[in-house]
Structure formats: C-alpha cells, structure tokens
Design a protein around this ligand. Sequence first.
Ligand SMILES: Nc1nc2c(ncn2[C@@H]2O[C@H](COP(=O)(O)OP(=O)(O)OP(=O)(O)O)[C@@H](O)[C@H]2O)c(=O)[nH]1
Ligand SMILES: [Mg+2]
Length: 581
Amino acid sequence: MDVIATAGHVDHGKSTLVTALTGMEPDRWEEERRRGLTIDLGFAWTTLPSGRRVAVVDVPGHERFIGNMLAGVGSVPTALVVVAADDGWSAQTAEHVAVLDALGVRAGLLAVTKADLADAGPVLADARERLAGTSLGQVPAVAVSARTGAGLPELSAALEQVLAGLPAPDPAAPVRLWVDRAFTIRGAGTVVTGTLAAGTVTAGDRLDLGGRLVTVRGLQSLGAPVETAAATARVALNLRGVAVEEISRGDALLTPDAFRRTADLDVTLVAPVEGTLPAEAVVHIGSATVGARVRPLDGTAVRLRLAHELPLRVGDRLLLRDPGARRVLGADVRDVDPPELRRRGAARSRAAELAEQPPGAEGAAADLARRRWVRRADFVAMGWPVPAGATTVGPWLIAPGLADELAARVPQVVARYRQLRPLEPGPPVAVLRSALELPDVELVPAVVRAPLELREGRVVAADPGLPPEVQRAVDGIRARLAEQPFAAPEAGDLVAAGLGTRELAAAVRAEQLVRITDGVYLAPGVAEVARARLTTLPQPFTLSQARQAWGTSRRVAVPLAEWLDARGITVRLPDNTRRLR
Ligand SMILES: Nc1nc2c(ncn2[C@@H]2O[C@H](COP(=O)(O)OP(=O)(O)OP(=O)(O)O)[C@@H](O)[C@H]2O)c(=O)[nH]1
Ligand SMILES: [Mg+2]
C-alpha cells in the first residue's frame, strides 16, 4: 500500500478530488460537511487500475488548521498538490508547499482542479514552475474537474507512475508510529490510527508508549482487519491496557528499546536562514508538535531544547516553525545526546564539529570518536550504525584506536601506583578505571595488555618484584630455608629483618614465600620437600613421626601437617594418624 497526502489552499477542491478518486468522503465531521470546510485530517483509500492500493490523508487548507495539516503530512512520503484553476497559486498553496519542501518530500504530483471553471493551462505552468524549485522537483501535472470527471483517469495514471517510483520502505526497521487519532470503539476499547512509515506491526506486538508497554490486540488497515501490516501503510491499532485519555495525536508507539527519548538535540538547518532565528519555535515531527527553545550555535547548526521529550533519531527531518514570522524551516537531527556547552566558544566549536561530520549514518564514526565510548544499545537507539573498526567490550562500544591509545597509558599508571605502594603488586581495577576516566570497570580488560595482566581485581606486572630492602630480607630468610627447609623464622627474626604483615603478604604474592599459617613462612616448593620426607615413614604415621622426619618444632609441624591435609597431599585418619594420599 502507498500513502499520499493532499496539500493546497482552502477551498481549492482537495476533499472533492479525494472523493472523486476514491469514492470516499474524507470530511468526517458533521461540521466539516455543513461548512464545506475541512478542519481535521480525513482518510480515504482506493485501488488504482493496476491493482495498487493507495490511502489518502486529506488535509485542511485553512490557515487556522495548519497544525492539523502538519500532523497529516509528517509521516507521509508523497504529496498531491491541489491548485484551483480559477484561483491559482495562493497563500496556503505556498505555505503547504514550503512545508513539503522543508520536510524534503521528493515524490508528488500536481492536480489543477476546477478545470471546468477556468482554463487550467496558465495555472498548470505557473504551479509546475514553482514546484520545480522545491524538493518535489519536476512533478507530473494534470488538469482535472471533480465535477465533470475530466482528467481523473489521467490523474490516476500519474499517481500510479509516482507511486511506482517510490523507494521501498524497510519492513524490518523499528516501528515509530506517530498517532494521528485516538478513539474508542464499543466492545474493542482504545483504537489509534497512524501512517506506518517503516517497519511492521503484528497483532500481539508489544509497543512502547511513553515508557510503558502496551499490547496490540488487533489491527485494521483500510477498514479491514489484518494480522500484520508492513510499511508503508495506514493502520488502526486496537490497544490493550490504554485508556483513550492516555493517548492522543503526537504520541508515538515504538518498538521497545529501539528509540531514546530526548529533549535536547543538535540539528542543522537544511538551508541557511535569512535574518535571525526566533528564541522560541515550534517543532513538528510525525504528528507531534512541541515548543522548543532555539539556540543558534554557528552557521546552520542549532541546539534545541524541547518542552518535552520526543523519541528522536539521528537522521530525522523535523520542522521548525516560527509562528510569528509564518516561516517554516527544515532541520536534520544530528545528535540526540549532545555534549554540554559550558566553555567559552563551545557552541562555535560544536558547530564546526557538526559541519565536519558527514551527515546521516556516515557520521557514526565521527560521533563515536567524540563520545570515545558509549553503550552499544544506546548508540544504536540514537539512530547510528556501528562504525567499522569500533571495539565491542561487553555492552560497550569503543571508538576505533581508542583502546590502543588507553592501553599505552596503563604501564605508567601501574608504575606510579607501585611507586607509592611498593608492597602492592599493582593498582586495583577501580584505580585504573578512574585514572583513565573509563565509565565502567568492565572496560578495563580492553586496555590491559601483556606483560601487564589482571589478577585478583588488580592490574599487575607478570613479575611485580619487591622493593629492594624487602627483597634483601626475604633473600636472607630464603638462604636459611635452603639449608633447613622447615626452620620457619621465629616472630622475632621476622621483626628483626623488617618483615611486617604487609611485607610478608607482598613476598607471598610475589611467590617468594609460602604462608603456612599466621607467623609461619616457608619457601616455595616446601610441599614437595615435605612430601618426600614423609615417603620414608611407615604409613600411616603420627604427627610426632612427621615432625621428626621434617626436623622441626611443633610450632611448624602442626600447621604444616594441616596445610598438607588441606592441599590433599596427606589424609588425616580418625585416629589422628596420617598417610600420604
Ligand atoms: N466546479 C467545480 N467545483 C469544484 C471542483 N472541485 C471542488 N469544487 C467545489 O469547491 C468547493 C471546495 O471544495 P473542497 O473539496 O471542500 O475544497 P478543499 O480544498 O477540500 O477545502 P479545505 O479542505 O477546506 O481546504 C466545494 O464547493 C466543491 O464543490 C471542481 O472540479 N469543479
Ligand atoms: Mg477539504
């Protein structure tokens, strides 16, 4: 299905033409029919001779209802510009076409109506020429009379041609359905309608409405129930668990987690503005309308602060309307999570940054480089593709090259830490995290490279080494242990050697001493020596036999025997004797 929206001055015959094309009356309200004036959006549809189905969103031409017009065209990719032969290009023709141009609508056609009342030729030529200077460019143009039916077959044919040339929407894209109507149907509950510009909706889907999940109980398209609807389509969704007062035009139903809501964003204007920008403007996107504070940065770059958050993505085109000056500007969303501008000159440099960054998805690498790191899900929800060369670490995305750059700084951080705390093998990961200003310790493994390694929550050198005086003291003890492997130094010896708890712990961490129990330290490899001596004993043996075999005191023998039990070298039997395992 395709969707097209009308545009044009009040009373130029838009609704009448829609009726002639579709057989459906788009003006729904009694007041509209009585006054012959469209106030709100109207919807009609038909099947063209080729079998192609097309839905029409009919907009009001009256200037007072421009807000409704904007809600109608916001999600629609194609326009039917209607100009009356007896009146020609008029104020709201110009205003509507300026809106289409600012939205960047590329596909459309021109119908000069009321050809039964006046010669359509001059108006056709004039309107075509004016349209040629807009995003619509050269459009097919047809003179019609809704009264006599003249030109209608040609209009259908032109419509077919335009629709056939439209790019195919992505049915797998996330859904952002901007609601244009919400009402209740007796027995069904809340129903909302909208133009599905991308993605697919299926009965049973759960969609995000302002942060809560709602279920699509059922859906209709063009008046008939369907199981699923893929873009482009007009859809009516019956929602479960939402009262009609809780949803209205301008709300969006979203694929969960695929969009971020933001009130702060950077945009670039599609065209440079003459004169100054207003400090306050109205932002339109989809069917939404929200007030915004406008802060020009430099050139075409503008920072916006919305009165309330909207689900926006990089690459969205929105409209900035200056109600005072009756001016409408197109603006492309460049950043939905922009950096704060605190320093002097920050606005100007941010503008320069945006000017250098390629527009659209190609800007992803530059944006990631500026952020340095970002949660991958966040980045994608901003509308960015993951740039080539980016490093993924857990949930994080790191800018290309950044991990290497940070890794190069780690040895210095470790060295500085060990200078201050020589007895520790290296800084805890939290210290490295803050030294490198990483947002999360989860990123630490990505920046620790050999010969450094992560051990027990610290960043350590493979062989951290001991401070010289500690090393000397340990060497002395090791020399004695080499001769008498079970003659653990007495507490007094350790104190005399300058080995306190911290020094001993460092020596153990450096694998230069083995701690058997508090105050009992032996040399690495003692387990093997102890075991070898025990093989000379009858099995099982008593503690006293073991002590003699080791040639040591009970102070050492008791904890050593337990230590060997714990390591599975010996087994203690119920009668308190032991045997080798
Ligand atoms: N003679 C003649 N009258 C027409 C034709 N098309 C529309 N009209 C008349 O023009 C008047 C306005 O037509 P509408 O279709 O309501 O105009 P509109 O553009 O929808 O107006 P708004 O929605 O209010 O902007 C009606 O009285 C129509 O009958 C036509 O082709 N020939
Ligand atoms: Mg109308």
